[in-house]
Write a protein that binds this ligand. Structure first.
Ligand SMILES: [Zn+2]
Ligand SMILES: [Zn+2]
Length: 152
């Protein structure tokens, strides 16, 4: 019986992990499947998904459960995200943009801060540059405090 920590890294799983490392957009299983299939044409979406779950359970990747559809992150260090409301891609916020946020929280509240979940939302450069009408669903508007819209 192979224990959790000693689980063998299969070639399949390694390729999935490599492709995830290469993608900075925190892909969904579907998106990752499309990339992995270039290298392993016979792999199925189900296999990719199962391997992603295993990698997450083993702590090698993270699942982003709150970003609409389930997305996957290969960065294990603490960081913040910004999500595009149009295409759904998720990028890491530059460290400099959020510098001191955690420290400030500890200083300015009586809570002992033990973790965080912060997500900024917006329109990514790709979607913005397409010049297309970007519609944000009303449901989404209720979910977030939307900053002033200067597109109108
Ligand atoms: Zn976008
Ligand atoms: Zn990330």
């Amino acid at each position: 019986m192979i224990s959790r920590t000693q689980r063998r890294m299969t070639n399949q799983r390694l390729i999935i992990l490599e492709e995830l490392w290469n993608m900075k957009t925190h892909p969904t299983a579907d998106e990752l499947y499309a990339a992995v299939r270039q290298r392993m044409p016979r792999i199925s979406l189900g296999t990719v998904y199962r391997n992603l779950q295993t990698l997450a359970v083993d702590g090698k990747i993270r699942m982003l459960k709150d970003s609409g559809r389930m997305r996957f992150d290969s960065s294990l260090h603490d960081h913040y995200h910004v999500r595009c409301l149009s295409c759904g891609r998720v990028d890491d916020m530059p460290e400099s943009a959020v510098k001191g946020l955690r420290e400030n929280m500890s200083e300015k509240t009586d809570y002992r801060i033990v973790g965080f979940r912060v997500e900024f939302v917006g329109i990514c450069p790709d979607c913005g540059n397409l010049g297309k009408e970007v519609a944000i669903e009303e449901e989404t508007l209720n979910d977030f405090k939307i900053l002033e819209d200067d597109t109108e």
